[in-house]
Design a protein around this ligand. Structure first.
Ligand SMILES: [Zn+2]
Length: 391
């Protein structure tokens, strides 16, 4: 298999090099409050058989990956949920089962291997929390030096996790967007690799592995996939995997992808309606998808348009209720962003074909943000000292 970079805006091709992040032409007049222009995609050329290995479709050789078991996450049958909702072919992809309990490991794993291949020892990034703790964990396995910039909103568990893995953590007095800009400036001045989402082309490329796995686990592509959307990088990653499979002749059509945003962090939905991105301060209980400027917004929206995907929003109350319903029905305790995908499914259900094969992407483990999870339950307020107190 051969690989190159191709600009998602002007289609110019480039050799894959660690110093090249965005298309130099398209990113020349990049504005700070706009999504990235000139996001580079990895393009593959070659062929594989039906029983391919995922490493065959990645642009870094297997020998450079650290020894930590990323991906190959379980696809849950969720029988109770199927019965409750009347969808016989509903699955949940449990990416909280990754080593650092988040989907982001898919990107960190490839970024780590990419850095290793080019002898780059230090990696910096901004993160709402999951990507940071993920890069910290994967970096620990690879023996790399990881520097994180986390916004105030990052849940404590993710901060603790990153510190446990030995990352250098800077807490930013501001939003994820400020952390993003600071981390880019840090990398420009200090050198090393920057793993910011969409800025580093390996992030989207690593995330495509979820679609390759779905194909392998189901024996075909699903009809519909629900994905929660913040920066739009997972959305593009999911598309990229299916596009690769389509290009290789393994599937005949690209599944319908439905992107789900929180009502008050809905930049992509607004841009889809108005045709332009406007940065306004955002807030949602689903911290992983809380972004003012979706860095991969242009690219993600172009994919949605090209492949006839859909975008919808859910309220925080719907996310909290969905998290509880999923936990209590399936035993899968997912983070609020994962629950957002389920909430989106519940909202779209009346319009969906009940015979369709549908996958919900659960992006992280619920234990990563137990504070938000407490909003969906009632904590016992009293203590007992004897069974007589309750019987
Ligand atoms: Zn370009």
């Amino acid at each position: 298999m051969e690989f190159c970079y191709r600009c998602s805006l002007c289609s110019k091709a480039f050799n894959i090099e660690p110093d090249l992040t965005l298309c130099p032409d398209c990113s020349r007049n990049q504005q700070r409050d706009q999504p990235l222009h000139g996001v580079l995609e990895v393009e593959l050329r070659g062929s594989v058989g039906k029983k391919f290995e995922i490493f065959e479709l990645l642009p870094v050789e297997a020998e450079y990956f650290p020894s930590i078991p990323v991906g190959d996450t379980p696809l849950w049958d969720a029988e109770n949920l199927r019965k409750q909702l009347g969808f016989k072919r509903l699955w949940i992809k449990d990416d909280g089962a990754n080593p650092t309990s988040s989907f982001k490991d898919r990107a960190s794993y490839l970024v780590s291997a990419f850095a290793k291949k080019f002898d780059i020892q230090s990696i910096a990034l901004a993160s709402t929390g999951n990507a940071g703790s993920s890069m910290a964990g994967i970096g620990a396995a690879a023996g790399q030096e990881i520097t994180l910039f986390l916004p105030k909103t990052a849940p404590v568990a993710k901060l603790v996790q990153a510190l446990q893995y030995g990352a250098k953590v800077y807490r930013v007095d501001g939003s994820y967007d400020l952390a993003y800009d600071i981390s880019l400036e840090y990398s420009r001045k200090k050198g090393g690799m920057n793993r910011n989402t969409a800025y580093n082309p390996m992030t989207i490329e690593g995330k495509k592995t979820v679609s390759l796995e779905l194909y392998q686990q189901l024996g075909q592509a699903p009809d519909v996939v629900f994905v929660s959307v913040g920066d739009g990088c997972i959305l593009s990653g999911v598309y990229k995997g299916f596009r690769d499979l389509h290009q290789l002749g393994l599937i005949s059509a690209i599944p319908k992808i439905i992107g789900v945003q929180a009502e008050h962090s809905d930049a992509l939905c607004r841009a889809q309606a108005s045709g332009k991105f406007t940065a306004i301060p955002t807030s949602t209980v689903a911290d992983s998808i809380c972004v003012d400027v979706p860095r991969n917004g242009l690219h993600a929206l172009s994919q949605i348009k090209k492949f006839k995907g859909e975008m919808l929003t859910v309220t925080d109350a719907e996310i909290i209720a969905a998290q509880r319903q999923l936990s209590a029905t399936t035993g899968l305790f997912t983070e609020p962003a994962g629950a957002a995908a389920f909430a989106g499914f519940l909202k779209a259900a009346p319009t969906l074909d009940r015979q369709a094969s549908i996958v919900l992407l659960a992006t992280g483990n619920g234990l990563k943000d137990s504070t938000t999870a407490q909003l969906g339950i009632k904590m016992p307020e009293t203590f007992i000292t004897s069974v007589d107190d309750i019987l």
